[in-house]
Ligand binder design. Structure first.
Ligand SMILES: C=CC1=C(C)c2cc3[nH]c(cc4nc(cc5[nH]c(cc1n2)c(C)c5CCC(=O)O)C(CCC(=O)O)=C4C)c(C)c3C=C
Ligand SMILES: [Fe+2]
Ligand SMILES: [Fe+2]
Length: 352
């Protein structure tokens, strides 16, 4: 008769040996790139579906549920989708929503950069917090590639409870019921990473070398409600630090730049100064030319291509401003992909 202790030990050894054989062909780890999400089509129905999921997340809107359900379904989802769908239609591309098209290019470019860096394939998958590709889809892709260690890289340079923490919640939901969790690491933020600051500053330098230099540089970040900052969300102070670091890298004096916040939603107070009020005031004050950049967005999207490049341009010019220049997001610039590859390397120490 075999003693129970001995048989257990043998099984463990066999399992270990088996696992080692498999591990030799497995990638050392995989990367999960995450961005916010975007509608499937620039139609009222698709935008309604997207907003219904996005705006129901308590991390985004924290109004008590029964009241918020009435406001969301009774008012917002009845009227907003039609107007917002028109805005999406005006920026839609042959490859789909700009956010999705650019995210896919970032995914491919990062995979190529990592292959060069590590000398083997490091699977890079893309997930959206809301809509598709979902965390579950991305997780299945990573599992199929044999990944047992996962680095999560939310494409948010500044940490916010309304974005980065929402990724965390959604990931946890996606992993519910998963019988064997991957070992997971996480990039929380990279708001003053030297390569991020340099890439932003270089994008301004290159733009200005081609198109001339504005009187002021406005660094406009997506806003959040002031209440969120008051209860500890570090996002606004990280945005201010990013803006100051870019200005310093560019050698700008205090009066040559400003950090502001855009994309307000609802009636409550959001973090200030507001981008639209600032541009209106600068236009009225007779400012000649403003250059605008939006460092919180890793990819151009509705909020930059429509709100910043179209709506706010009109506002500035209507108010008396002379010239308005929008500088694109880092998107798939090689220095941006280089930054993402560095973040992967820095957070995967010991996994190689
Ligand atoms: C309702 C409150 C919102 C908070 C808080 C918020 C924070 C936040 N969002 C981004 C990035 C993006 N937001 C985008 C669109 C968008 N954002 C809100 C609302 C809040 N965002 C809405 C309602 C919308 C949809 C458009 C609209 O109806 O006006 C996008 C663009 C997506 C696209 O498809 O192009 C991005 C990206 C950040 C970084 C952030 C806080 C840090
Ligand atoms: Fe937003
Ligand atoms: Fe907006």
């Amino acid at each position: 008769m075999t003693r129970p202790g001995r048989s257990v030990k043998l099984q463990q050894n066999l399992y270990k040996a088996g696992e080692q054989t498999v591990t030799a062909q497995r990638p050392p780890f995989g990367v999960l790139l995450v961005n916010l999400g975007t509608p499937k089509a620039p139609t009222t129905a698709a935008v309604r579906e997207y907003l219904a999921e996005f705006l129901w997340d308590k991390r985004v809107v924290d109004v008590p549920r029964p009241l918020w359900w009435l406001i969301l379904h009774g008012i917002i989802l009845r009227f907003r989708p039609r107007r917002v769908a028109k805005a999406y239609a005006s920026v839609w591309t042959d490859e789909g929503s700009p956010l999705m098209a650019i995210s896919r290019r970032q995914q491919q470019a990062l995979a190529a950069a990592l292959k060069e860096q590590y000398g083997c394939d490091i699977p890079v998958t893309l997930a959206m917090t809301y809509g598709e590709p979902s965390m579950e889809q991305a997780g299945r892709e990573l599992r199929a590639a044999g990944v047992s260690r996962m680095l999560v890289l939310p494409l948010y340079p500044q940490f916010s409870s309304s974005t980065t923490a929402a990724v965390y919640d959604r990931l946890a939901t996606g992993l519910k019921g998963c019988p064997h969790l991957p070992e997971t690491r996480w990039v929380n933020e990279y708001h003053v990473h030297p390569q991020y600051i340099k890439a932003l500053a270089d994008s301004v330098r290159e733009y200005r070398a081609r198109h001339g230099t504005g009187d002021k540089l406005l660094l406009s970040f997506h806003g959040i409600p002031q209440r969120y900052e008051d209860r500890g969300d570090p996002y606004p102070s990280q945005c201010r630090a990013t803006a100051a670091a870019v200005a310093s890298e560019l050698g700008l004096s205090e009066e040559q730049w400003l950090c502001s916040f855009q994309s307000r939603f609802g009636r409550e107070e959001w973090v200030k100064p507001y981008t639209d009020y600032t541009l209106e005031a600068w236009g009225k004050a007779g400012l000649g030319r403003v250059d605008v950049i939006s460092p919180a967005f890793a990819a151009d999207c509705l909020e930059t291509l429509e709100e910043l490049d179209v709506e706010n341009r009109e506002l500035f010019l209507r108010s008396g401003g002379k010239d308005y220049h929008y500088i694109p997001c880092l998107n798939d610039r090689p220095d941006h992909i280089g930054l993402l590859a560095s973040l992967v390397r820095e957070h995967s120490t010991g996994w190689e």
